[in-house]
Design a protein around this ligand. Structure first.
Ligand code: ATP
Length: 224
């Protein structure tokens, strides 16, 4: 099958999975900047109903998806992707990449994007080796997270590292690129949840539409 094209070159597709509990400007600004840096046509942002390595969130997957959809609004190239809500059991990224491969075909560059904090735990992920048979991995720096790579992670990455987007895009999968985006943002969903539960402002940390939806639905606020 010949690869899907846009304007004469093969499509480039990305996936940014997460709990998005709730989505915040750290996610969204990173999504825009990684899309630009890699020249992605579409970046699928995929909420996980049951993240395997953490407790199931208090806010339902449907509500988190609605916040993500509101946060993305009409941002070009970003897509709130509900596919993991249709699967049963733990939300494994490898299953999502299999589906994206089926959707776009074997010949397009497909990139899984993760933050450095998530990368540090990658060797514990379900079928971690298989991720590289399906996609590239682009790891974005995150303020506050700097640490040597654990040995199992070094072994997993092996000799896959490249140091430029051009080298990455010579292949469709299997390479790893560490990237520092221009607007490093020290925002986490934990911090947003904490501020909301303390009755403090989250303005400018999340998009206005997300802030409004959170208050309209009374999410993350303590019941006292
Ligand atoms: P929590 O604080 O609840 O752990 P989080 O803010 O890390 O949440 P997730 O939904 O778990 O958000 O993150 C999804 C992905 O986005 C992960 O790969 C994570 O590393 C990345 N990410 C989250 N926040 C940022 C940020 N501020 N800058 C860069 N990457 C981020």
């Amino acid at each position: 099958m010949s690869p899907a094209h846009r304007e004469g070159r093969p499509l480039r597709v990305g996936m940014l999975g997460g709990t998005f509990d709730p989505v915040h400007n750290g996610h969204l600004r990173s999504a825009i900047e990684v899309r630009e840096a890699l020249g992605l046509d579409t970046l699928h942002m995929v909420p996980a109903p049951q993240p395997p390595l953490r407790d199931t969130p208090q806010v339902s997957a449907t509500q988190r998806l609605a916040l993500l959809t509101a946060g993305i609004g009409n941002t070009p190239g970003l897509l709130a992707d509900d596919r993991e809500l249709h699967r049963k059991g733990p939300s494994y990224s490898v299953d999502t990449l299999v589906e994206l491969r089926q959707q776009y075909g074997d010949d397009v560059p497909l990139v899984m994007v993760i933050g450095f904090d998530a990368f540090l735990r990658l060797a514990k992920w379900h079928r971690a080796e298989q991720l590289f048979e399906l996609a590239h991995l682009v790891v974005i720096a995150r303020p506050g997270y700097q640490s040597p790579w654990p040995t199992p992670l070094k072994e997993l990455v092996g000799d896959r590292a490249v140091d430029s987007v051009a080298l990455l895009m010579q292949h469709t999968r299997g390479r790893v690129l560490m990237l520092e985006l221009p607007s490093l943002m020290a925002i986490s969903a934990t911090y947003i949840r904490q501020r909301l539960s303390d009755g403090k402002s989250v303005r400018y940390l999340v998009p206005e539409a997300v802030e409004q939806a959170i208050f309209r639905q009374g999410l993350y606020q303590s019941s006292e």
